[in-house]
Design a protein around this ligand. Structure first.
Ligand SMILES: [Zn+2]
Ligand SMILES: [Zn+2]
Length: 409
């Protein structure tokens, strides 16, 4: 793309004949009228400081190249050997999907589904959706967890290194490269640039709002467009629109309290059992951390402790603060609370490290009487805590904090 400026949202309306676009902050709900934004620049919300819009340079060309590269890497990662393990002359190979299959064989289908969805299905959908269903982009973002998976691989590697000889396969390097490609796509791809290109080609048409019309922001594609009739979908992507996320407070409370209840079995029950020469030793999340610490792996022990024990508690406490202050209509530190929401929403996925580590160990260590690792019921409860808190954060609508404090939308 060579044009020096990019029209935003396709809105050509301005009382004075100039070019204006309307953007609504997805974190505090403040509406902004914005003119031309040059590639390489971004617009920030003047009230809460979150990014309203970013226009990357050469977004289309660079994104396309990265998506093609990413799809090739996904094929390599899923067809080549991922890791191999050698204990007392016996060799065990594992592919990326082996962990999920081994969990399935042990009857742990919820865990198998979570591991497969976050390491294979979501990244594939995210890459595929990038150019076909742009609306899916924002929704899929938190669920593609390759970087978290790689950290889980590292923890598993450290735990196994005394027990066996481990070799890293081609698929591992492909996955590591894929992680970098996914990060690059997030930086390079500007959904608004793609929408603008589609509008120019006549693939989508966007109505121009009249000054007195009621406007709604689409949660899927961010377009601020008129409400034609009650419940009318987004004219650009067809998603259902709401002024605010429906039943946000009630749903967030329900999911958060579910997570609190699940947190108990997640920590009380073993997440895995290492069976070596007939005798088994069950591991809870905390005893796994202790084991790493006793082996002198302090940084890793701290990392797993932070990701598995501290982060879920911080998320639950953070959500409780957001919910209670919103319900009380508090004016207290609105901007900081919006930042708190951003942290709660983005940090949760890192808690999956232990779940991924378990899936790798279960998939790799299947050497019968010599050494076998079996998943425990605590792992399902723990994965459920991570997922319910992630959905709880998505259900919470930070704009309600500003509404409740009487700030204008
Ligand atoms: Zn804002
Ligand atoms: Zn839309």
């Amino acid at each position: 793309m060579s044009s020096s400026t990019i029209p935003l949202n396709g809105h050509d309306y301005d009382a004075t004949g100039g070019f204006t676009s309307i953007l609504e902050c997805d974190e505090c709900g403040l509406r902004h009228g914005i003119g031309h934004l040059a590639p390489g620049s971004s617009a920030l919300c003047q009230r809460c400081g979150s990014t309203l819009l970013r226009i990357p340079v050469d977004s289309l060309d660079r994104s396309l190249a990265l998506v093609v590269g990413g799809l090739i890497l996904i094929v390599i990662a899923n067809t080549m050997p991922f890791m191999s393990l050698k204990i007392q002359g016996r060799l065990q190979e594992a592919d990326l999907i082996t962990g999920a299959i081994a969990l399935l064989r042990q009857g742990m289908w919820p865990l198998a589904a979570v591991v497969a969805a976050t390491t294979v299905v979501a990244p594939l959908l995210k890459l595929g959706a990038t150019f076909y269903v742009l609306a899916g982009l924002e929704i899929l973002r938190p669920w593609a967890m390759i970087e978290v998976y790689l950290l889980g691989v590292f923890v598993a590697y450290v735990k196994l290194v005394d027990l066996a000889t481990i070799e890293i396969g081609v698929a591992f390097y492909a996955l590591a490269a894929l992680m970098l490609v996914m990060v690059a796509i997030d930086i390079v791809l500007g959904p608004e640039v793609v929408w603008a290109a589609m509008e120019r080609r006549g693939l989508v048409t966007v109505p121009t709002p009249a000054p007195e019309e009621t406007l709604l922001r689409c949660e899927a594609c961010s377009l601020v467009a008129p409400v034609v009739r009650h419940g009318s979908p987004c004219p650009r992507c067809g998603a259902h629109r709401h002024f605010r996320k429906p039943d946000s407070i009630m749903r967030t409370w329900a999911l958060m309290l579910t997570a609190v209840v699940l947190y108990i079995p997640a920590n009380a029950y073993p997440v895995m059992t290492v069976i070596s020469f007939g005798s088994g030793s069950p591991d809870t999340i905390l005893s796994g951390v202790k084991e790493l610490a006793l082996a002198g792996m302090w940084p890793l022990a701290l990392l797993v402790f932070f990701a598995s024990i501290t982060v879920p508690v911080l998320k639950i406490v953070g959500l409780a603060i957001l919910l209670i202050t919103t319900q009380r209509g508090s004016h207290w530190r609105l901007r900081d609370r919006t930042v708190l929401y951003r942290i709660v929403e983005s940090v949760g996925r890192w808690s999956m490290i232990d779940v991924f580590m378990i899936s790798i160990l279960v998939g790799l260590v299947r050497l019968g009487a010599i050494a076998t690792i079996e998943p425990g019921i605590g792992a399902i409860a723990f994965a459920a805590v991570v997922i319910t808190t992630m959905i709880a954060a998505t259900c919470f609508d930070p704009r309600l904090m500003w509404d409740a404090a009487g700030e204008q939308p």
